[in-house]
Write a protein that binds this ligand. Structure first.
Ligand code: SF4
Length: 690
């Protein structure tokens, strides 16, 4: 009937399950989600979504949602009023700060939360709590990519849009699996490859779906990407194939860089990486012959000891071949979470204000001090990794974290949990009582994206609005409101009434977002940063100049860091890990979707046919994996996606016993402290044959 129809509401939202940033309409009646409908208006995805965007939303109405604040009493939690919980937080944070100093508290933001929430959180840490100890989960994934870009081209983001990737003549994917991690982007590449003659190269130790489709799939030894990237670059120069005019006009440091490549001969690369000369020369030739090349990479590159240098080597290769500043060219670190780009952009980083302005820069600091009416700390603060170390050595006593299941997603999680136990005061804001929240002293019930307004920034640096579909469940509240209430109890005197006011402040203060406003972002409108004061965005970076004072890019010599190897031959298998299509990250959300959970109820371990034959494994065999740091128990599937002694264990599970980070170490990339998740040796015992 007309009456019934009129109760159906359609609201635009932005997907929260990966960095592609699909948008669509949510059809609802009361609190029921009737359907997810992508439309042609959606700038990124048009009428496409993947299984997560379509079916991943049941969690919003889960009876397991947190609906009241919780306060720890001994080994249990008791429900409390908001006032009691907030008063306790304000008094305990004040006490820790006064007793041990402002640097004794860490602040971990969330790449699942909005730009405005991240902005207000770093403002809280910096201006109210006087600390730059603020970071987000990009520390676990893409910080090395950002660092590599900042060294060479100047801005920490993808250099073009997904449309530009689709228009490329040659797409090279290194250590990434968009078919499962960035599905709608993958469909663009698949289409361009199949219908428009785009060439596809995949470098990955696992024969993932994109590798199966590629014109060339190379399988280097784990952790040797920098070597083949540098050797291919050197070969291109040795053949005289470099982009002379581009280099002469737009790039600094050519001679020193060329000299630094001397050891990366094809013979050396072939020996070290296990790739054949034909593969290496074939790749160099493909790049030479293509009018535009772009390189996409993700955690197969960044979660290694030498991750920043490998990311730099990617940028060097693109600079030498003139592949920046045009559609179809460029560097694309693929952001994992839906707002990992925005969390970094809006200043939840220990060394940067919003828009990547350095906290040590006096003029910048003065601008924020004047706007926020307070003195600000001058030195960069602790990153996530340093916070955990800080707990161990007694420097860090308090932690305030929102929307991050760190006990599950940080590497060496047994150690991280041990450190959480030592905190004097720990606040967690989340939608569920996550494994991390179980260590907290106070847990605050937060509202997910469907219950609030805000903006997210996808991997293309595209800022998009999402709109409130439902009222927050129970007493839960948007994270920005909670942070404001804590800040005000600490004397801040803020009175933001809507996220648009927070964005307006960020746009006033950070030149990168000068022309960003909620009016300009209304509906399906989007803006790609940097955004000029007139509202004009920048879909393709570096068309005329690179983001350095002289406008020129910088070739940056790098050397190879060998991967971490456990010094004990009984750990004889190499463990790789990553995502699967159906689930999001640590699983708190998608395992609460009946449709998805029914299809994929848990994780599995991929083993090669060779290893299966050697150890008597078949599909369903239960095995225990042991590393020097912990153990997991998991069922195997036998597949030729992995080879020899290489294993693959997806990270997406709700089961503690299958969690890959029980096995990973505390070693990291020295430039960014991003853990080397992808470098672990394990041993395997068969528990029960199938
Ligand atoms: Fe799009 Fe990613 Fe969401 Fe899938 S998970 S619908 S690809 S944004």
């Amino acid at each position: 009937s007309a009456m019934r129809k009129s109760r159906i509401k359609r609201t635009k939202t932005v997907c929260t399950f990966c960095g592609v940033g699909c948008s669509f309409e949510v059809w609802t009646k009361d609190r029921h989600i009737l359907k997810i409908e992508p439309t042609v208006d959606a700038p990124v995805n048009g009428v496409s979504t993947c299984v997560k965007g379509k079916w991943g939303w049941d969690f919003v109405n889960s009876p397991e949602r947190l609906t009241k604040p919780l306060i720890r009493r001994g080994d249990t939690f008791v429900e409390s009023s908001w006032d009691e919980a907030l008063d306790l937080i304000a008094s305990k944070l004040g006490e820790v700060k006064n007793t041990y100093g402002p640097h004794s508290i860490g602040y971990i933001a969330s790449s699942k939360c909005s730009n405005e929430e991240n902005y207000i959180f770093q403002k809280f840490a910096r201006s109210v709590m006087q600390s730059n100890n603020v970071d987000n989960c990009s520390r676990y994934c893409q910080s090395p990519a950002t660092a590599g870009l900042l060294r060479t081209v100047g801005l920490g983001g993808d250099t073009g849009t997904m449309h530009d990737i689709a228009s490329s003549e040659l797409v090279i994917i290194v250590g990434a699996n968009p078919a499962e991690s960035h599905p709608v982007l993958a469909t663009r590449i698949k289409r361009a490859h199949k219908l428009h003659g785009q060439k596809l190269v995949v470098a990955d130790i696992r024969k993932n779906e994109m590798a199966q489709r590629a014109d060339l799939h190379i399988h280097p030894k784990p952790g040797t990407d920098l070597i083949w990237l540098s050797a291919v670059t050197k070969y291109i120069i040795d053949q005289g194939w470099q982009a002379d005019e581009f280099i002469a006009q737009r790039v600094n440091g050519y001679a020193e860089y060329v000299a630094s490549l001397s050891k990366f001969t094809m013979e050396y690369a072939s020996e070290m990486t296990g790739l054949s000369m034909e593969e290496l020369i074939g790749l160099a030739t493909l790049i030479h012959e293509s009018g535009s090349t772009c390189i996409l990479w993700a955690m197969g590159v960044t979660q290694h000891m030498g991750a920043t240098d490998t990311s730099t080597a990617i940028c060097n290769l693109l600079l030498i071949t003139g592949n920046f500043g045009r559609s179809g060219t460029g560097a694309y670190p693929l952001r994992g979470h839906n707002n990992v780009q925005g969390a970094c952009d809006f200043g939840t980083m220990p060394a940067y204000f919003p828009g990547y302005e350095f906290v040590k820069d006096e003029a910048v600091r003065a601008r924020y001090e004047q706007a926020w009416n307070t003195k600000l700390p001058e030195e960069p603060g602790y990153d996530n990794h340093q916070m955990v170390d800080g707990i161990q050595n007694g420097d860090l006593k308090g932690l305030y974290l929102f929307g991050e299941d760190m006990a599950f997603v940080d590497s060496n999680s047994n150690f991280v949990e041990e450190m959480f136990e030592k905190l004097e005061f720990f606040v967690v804001q989340d939608v569920f009582l996550t494994r991390t929240a179980q260590f907290a002293d106070v847990v605050l019930p937060a509202a997910p994206s469907l219950e609030k307004d805000g903006t997210f920034t996808n991997t293309e640096k595209r800022i998009q609005r999402f709109y409130k579909v439902f009222e927050p469940m129970g007493q839960s509240k948007p994270d920005w409101m909670i942070i404001q209430e804590v800040a005000n109890r600490m004397g801040a005197g803020w009175n933001y009434t809507h996220p648009s006011e927070i964005m307006a402040e960020a746009a006033r203060l950070a030149p990168m977002f000068a022309g960003v406003s909620y009016e300009r972002l209304e509906g399906w409108n989007t803006q790609v940063w940097p955004v000029h004061p007139d509202g004009q965005g920048t879909p393709i970076l570096y068309e005329d100049k690179f983001a350095f004072p002289d406008g020129k890019a910088r070739l940056y010599p790098v050397d190879w860091t060998p991967p971490f190897v456990v010094d004990d031959p009984s750990f004889d298998l190499h463990l790789n890990n990553g995502r699967i299509l159906e689930h999001f990250h640590e699983g708190n959300l998608t395992y609460r979707s009946e449709a998805i959970k029914h299809k994929v109820p848990g994780a599995w371990l991929e083993v090669s046919p060779e290893l299966a034959a050697e150890r008597g494994l078949e599909d369903g065999t239960k095995v225990r994996l042991t590393s020097p740091y912990g153990q997991v128990k998991v069922s195997v599937i036998v597949t030729d996606r992995v080879k020899g002694k290489e294993l693959y264990l997806p990270m997406n599970t709700m089961d503690e016993n299958e969690a890959v980070n029980r096995l990973t170490s505390s070693y990291y990339d020295k430039h960014t402290h991003t853990p080397n998740y992808k470098e672990m040796n394990v041993k395997m015992e068969v528990l029960e044959p199938k």
